[in-house]
Design a protein around this ligand. Structure first.
Ligand SMILES: C[S@@+](CC[C@H](N)C(=O)[O-])C[C@H]1O[C@@H](n2cnc3c(N)ncnc32)[C@H](O)[C@@H]1O
Length: 192
């Protein structure tokens, strides 16, 4: 099955991808991750969503595409250069708030159980400040990460970090964990 052939992309994505290429930003999410995020966003009407690592806004556009009009998304990045590009395309969407801040600092000043979905796509919330990211997920909410299957661009010391992260997630007793061989390798965790 060629699942990529049938995925409907968000209307904003073509423009975002052009800008992403112009900025030579190579860390953007791919379509299967986006499609999964969109479905998860659609499962939470009136939801509150958090993306750590906006980049140029690729996953942001997929999340917005699944969200209803009462939902809101905060997307955080420490690099204004790439995040501004996301703002140029989606900044007029009232459901989106772009925050330029270190992801770990952002997590520190948020109360527990405040988001229906956290897409942790930066070092903070994943390899750093993991417990802070898990803390802000609501009961029944999703914590989701990608890039968990070996990728050609990984530095030599990355594989042990991935293994350690998976071990930590597996040991959590307040999350149900599913490891998906989908896209770049997804972990989908639901707080219980
Ligand atoms: C994998 S990319 C994000 C890709 C994006 N989510 C997408 O779907 O295309 C990681 C992003 O994390 C940002 N980043 C790196 N360190 C960060 C930090 N300490 N706090 C917040 N963002 C950070 C980078 O600027 C980069 O844009």
């Amino acid at each position: 099955v060629d699942e990529l052939a049938t995925i409907r992309r968000p209307a904003a994505l073509a423009d975002i991808l052009e800008r992403t290429a112009a900025l030579e930003f190579t860390m953007a999410s791919e379509d299967r991750t986006g499609a999964l995020l969109r479905s998860l966003a659609a499962s939470k009407p009136g939801g509150r969503f958090l993306e750590l690592g906006t980049g140029t806004g690729v996953a942001t556009s997929w999340l917005l595409d699944g969200m209803d009009s009462a939902s809101e998304l905060i997307s955080v990045d420490s690099d204004p250069r790439v995040q501004e590009s996301a703002g140029q395309v989606m900044g007029s969407d009232a459901r989106l708030k772009l925050v330029t801040e270190d992801g770990a600092a952002f997590l520190k000043h948020h109360v527990p159980d405040s988001f229906d979905l956290v897409f942790a796509d930066a070092m903070p919330g994943k390899y750093e400040a993991l417990q802070d990211a898990l803390r802000v997920v609501k009961i029944g909410g999703f914590y989701i990460i990608d890039d968990m299957l070996p990728q050609p661009n990984w530095p030599a010391d990355h594989q042990p970090k991935v293994a350690a992260l998976l071990q930590t997630l597996d040991a959590l007793d307040d999350f149900e964990i599913a490891k998906l061989s989908w896209s770049t390798g997804i972990v989908l965790a639901v707080k219980c």
